[in-house]
Ligand binder design. Structure first.
Ligand SMILES: Cc1cc2nc3c(=O)[nH]c(=O)nc-3n(C[C@H](O)[C@H](O)[C@H](O)COP(=O)(O)OP(=O)(O)OC[C@H]3O[C@@H](n4cnc5c(N)ncnc54)[C@H](O)[C@@H]3O)c2cc1C
Length: 583
């Protein structure tokens, strides 16, 4: 029986296990929620479909008019994740992600405005707020009377979020907040900020810790800077937010004092299905644009859609969209089913979907040729809008390190247990026996490729059996590499970024493949092999390509040019440039 508080599919992969109960069957939405969702999707389309020209104009102007925000409010789009008891729709992650997908099909700036509010701006209140805090703020957040923003980043604290300089010092029962936050989405239009500040330690280590606060905009001492002039998602509002001696009551503390960093990570983690949904929506729009363009544009006496190199791009775009939708849907399902430890899976879904959207936007623009480069057409804007996704809510580099290190941490724990276990065996042979035999089994699994009597996948549709067996083989190799890399580097693994990147990329490919296998199994069971023929093709294409990438990454764990690349980079850093101009 899987323990939903601690189970993690990807962490288990690193130990050579495929916990298929976590990922099979592919998650489905509750019928009642689905019904409401259909209505919301219809109203999203009713609101946004006629606005294509406006979105283009607002991109040029770099601003969204206040009257349009009013329309978003009246369509209930700020209440998607607020529980019904507080006036919202109470959507779970999957339904919420689907709505953001639909919004992003029309415009990235609108998706971000709604997403920053629901995914991160008020997520802390939903996750950590007291009943009194929820009752006080959620009804006004649900209607959009208050728009929410998430204030973590500062001029000196980006990826290193723990180094924020904003402070909250004690003032009787309350606090006084001072500091500046940078690039805050919805900063200038928000009425409700979730702010992270350093607070004095109440603990013996004497270090300052971070605490999360609810900060309403109408308190004295808050100001916002001008709207930033950005490359993409230009109509979404991004500003600095300045806090000068802002007085907060004890009731403004969100969660526990000193636990703000953990809170920030939990919020970002829980919000990922929104961002992933937005990426999937962007991809679907691009596929619609690119297929039309490819059919209409004629060169060499034929529609360009007839050329193999154009078909290769279109096919790849569909596979990327299906793969992203599968992994985002799987992770949203984990959240909706009450799994608590899906941070690695959520990070993978963000990584994969944001990079798949980037590839898709680039290829769609290429299919459009010179038109793709012209402002008159939508492609260049989508490319500009798509770029930010790999940067915010955790850069993809930081997330890769997080994925690999978190997945490896369980292997490390197990290795530690084994060492303790061996000592235990000598002291208490009966108690130690379980540990030893588990470890022996694991080693046998890794080295001989046998998992007791049982196959790892028992729920795969027979048509996918071969692909499943390939995944089983790769999982054994990954576990072997994880085990070996930990033994080789010990604690110093945290600085082995080339190795960590490879492990992360392998885990990304494995999770996405498994998400597809689970989804296609469902499709085959529901519609049979003829009915799900195309999805079977997608599964085959993705799994084959993923396997070849994984093999490459496994091979390069030992046979690589990492040291040479470091040396070349160091040389460029020393020269501050390129050193080999031809005369
Ligand atoms: C349009 C926009 C909207 C945003 N909205 C919000 C918001 O609403 N709320 C909010 O709090 N923030 C927001 N941000 C900030 C965003 O989250 C940060 O930009 C992001 O976290 C990266 O921080 P940084 O820009 O300071 O980059 P840096 O941290 O300076 O990173 C620069 C580069 O170095 C790499 N790097 C850094 N550290 C490491 C390492 N240890 N190992 C390997 N590589 C590393 C990074 O991956 C990146 O490629 C927004 C940013 C933008 C541009």
């Amino acid at each position: 029986m899987i323990d939903r508080r601690s189970a993690s599919f990807v962490q288990s992969l690193c130990m050579g296990r495929i916990e298929e109960e976590i990922v099979f069957p592919f998650p489905a939405m509750r019928p009642a929620e689905r019904e409401v969702l259909e209505q919301v999707l219809a109203s999203v389309n009713q609101l946004l479909a006629p606005r294509a020209k406006d979105f283009r104009a607002w991109d040029v102007a770099g601003e969204m008019p206040a009257a349009f925000l009013e329309e978003l409010r009246s369509f209930g789009l700020f209440g998607l994740v607020v529980p019904e008891a507080h006036g919202g729709l109470g959507f779970g992650s999957a339904a919420y992600s689907r709505v953001l997908q639909e919004i992003a099909r029309h415009d990235g700036s609108v998706a971000l405005t709604v997403g920053a509010h629901s995914s991160i701006g008020m997520r802390g209140l939903l996750l950590l707020g007291t009943e009194a805090q929820k009752a006080r703020w959620l009804p006004r957040l649900a209607t959009g009377e208050l728009i929410a923003a998430f204030c973590l980043t500062e001029p000196g604290a980006g990826s290193d979020a723990a180094s924020v300089k904003t402070t909250a010092r004690r003032d009787g029962e309350g606090w006084i907040l001072n500091g500046e936050k940078l690039w805050i989405t919805n900063g200038g239009i928000a009425g409700f900020y979730t702010v992270f500040a350093k607070t004095p330690s109440g603990e013996s280590d004497g270090k300052a810790h971070m605490t999360a606060f609810i900060v309403p905009r109408d308190l004295p001492g808050i100001s916002t800077g001008p709207h930033e002039d950005k490359m993409g998602i230009r109509a979404s509002n991004t500003t600095t937010v300045l806090f000068e001696d802002v007085r907060l009551g004890a009731e403004h503390v969100l969660g526990e004092v000193g636990k703000g960093f953990k809170a920030a990570m939990r919020i970002l983690n829980a919000g990922r299905s929104g961002l992933g949904g937005g990426c999937v929506g962007g991809m679907k729009r691009l596929i619609a644009l690119a297929t039309r363009q490819a059919s209409e544009r004629r060169q060499f006496g034929r529609p360009i859609a007839e050329f193999g190199l154009v078909k290769q791009k279109l096919g790849g775009m569909v596979v990327d969209a299906y793969a992203s939708e599968s992994v985002v849907g799987l992770v949203a399902g984990l959240s909706d089913q009450g799994y608590e430890d899906y941070a690695v899976e959520a990070a993978i879904s963000k990584l994969f979907a944001t990079e798949a959207l980037w590839r898709t936007a680039d290829e769609a623009l290429q299919i459009a040729g010179g038109n793709g480069f012209m402002r008159e057409f939508p492609y260049e804007r989508v490319v500009r809008d798509a770029r930010i996704n790999r940067i915010f809510e955790g850069t993809n580099e930081i997330l890769r390190l997080f994925v690999a290190l978190t997945a490896l941490s369980r292997v490390g724990e197990q290795l530690k247990e084994v060492v303790h276990g061996l000592r235990g065996v000598l002291a208490e042979p009966i108690k130690g026996f379980g540990v030893l035999s588990d470890y022996a089994l694991k080693q046998a699994t890794i080295h001989t490729g046998l998992v007791g009597e049982r196959r790892s996948f028992t729920r795969l549709h027979p048509a996918l059996q071969e692909l499943g067996e390939q995944v089983e083989g790769l999982v054994r190799e990954v576990a072997w590499v994880a085990d070996r890399e930990l033994r080789r580097h010990g604690k110093a693994i945290v600085d082995q970024q080339f190795a960590l990147r490879r492990i992360a990329d392998i885990l990304v490919d494995l999770l996405v493949t498994v998400a597809i296998l689970s989804r296609v199994t469902g499709a085959l069971e529901a519609r049979g092999e003829a009915g799900a023929a195309r999805e079977l093709e997608i599964a085959r294409v993705f799994a084959r390509e993923a396997r070849s990438r994984i093999r490459g990454n496994l091979h390069r764990v030992d046979a690589n040019d990492d040291a040479l690349v470091v040396s070349i980079a160091d040389d460029a850093l020393a020269r501050e440039g390129y050193g080999w101009d031809l005369p």
